[in-house]
Design a protein around this ligand. Sequence first.
Ligand code: PLP
Length: 431
Amino acid sequence: MIDSSDLDFDRRHLWHPYTSLADPLPVYAVESANGYRLKLADGRELVDGMSSWWCAIHGYNVPELNRAATDQLAKMSHVMFGGLTHEPAIELGRRLVEITPDGLERVFLADSGSVSVEVAMKMAVQYQHARGRSRTTFLTLRGGYHGDTTGPMSVCDPVTGMHQLFTGFLPKHEFYDRPPGGYDAPVATAYLAGLKAFFATHADRAAAFIVEPVVQGAGGMHFYNPAYLRVFRELCDRHGLLLIYDEIATGFGRTGKLFAGGDAGAIPDIMTVGKALTGGYLTLAATLCTGEVADTIGRGEAGVMMHGPTFMANPLACAVAVASIDLLLREDWQARIHRISRGLSLHLRPAARSAAVKEVRVLGAIGVVETRDAVDVAKFQAFCVERGVWIRPFGRLIYLMPPYVISDDALELLCTTVVKYVLALQPENDP
Ligand code: PLP
């Protein structure tokens, strides 16, 4: 049982994501998690609004996933993938080839989302190199987020990714504005003209264009019309760039489609998935590419894909991922996403009445309340925990992405808590 000395140790010695050890934010100790609830060490239960950052789509302590993990544990938790292979990797590979957009048929199993983006970028550079082109720059959109290791960070939004701080360390790539907001917003012709000019200026040095399709997540929870993906595809084809979709956050149903870019009629050359891949149980990601990309790399100078992490295709993680995909596809996941979407739209709507709120937007099982000023994370979380919910805002964004198994009542509680907070968020009425 965690006591105050344990929490004191945590505060002094353990870094949490994006925090300072000189002035750490408060943390809450979790003892266990079940379904859509987290149980704190002090006995309080919280409805989870975050799916542990897009991962725990089936909730926690899921019998099917537990069984897959324990069955696999009894066989082997890990063996190297160099020169060896195993059923969990093969089964996972089969499923990924089957459920991702047509043409994506070669699979690299990586150990985290960021690593899978590193692999995608290296694939693109190796592909261009094998075609006799020295193209090492990446084109991308402002407001993107692709992970925290060096390659992905260099294509994250330059401001929120703090490129200034890392000048000289990060490679320099080229950024263009993200498409105007709104899933249903008409395609903006002025935007397209600018994008075409951007490609014309930089394409001859560029290996690939990397984007999060339809939803930019950690870079601002920004939704845009899938029709832009077709333009991205056309421009990449015209200028000889590969198109990379980073579906690490959006994959496995979250936006209402199995993959956000999946049916927009614009298939990428390379695609990354992660997060919900194992239902949030273990760290695993994958980089898929077309046969053309893989075969071209094979004909290149190296003759091989130059990446091979120690924990590549970890059998335990692969076995859980297979079980998670099977569970998702066995259930009527689309009906679940629609139900959550309706609940989010209905119950978050009153937040728009607050003068402190800039916009409320919902897509699939993602609900966003964008405030005018940065949210005080510690104050907001204390407010939520008192009311039995777990939500972690960042910047001016309070967002919900609950496990797909959440009940209607629990979803309503998440939303009404957010609404209460923002309605009270007036200068004279600070919650
Ligand atoms: N790409 C996207 C779109 C993400 O949202 C994230 C994580 O939030 C990543 C990449 C990095 O994944 P990981 O944190 O597993 O390295």
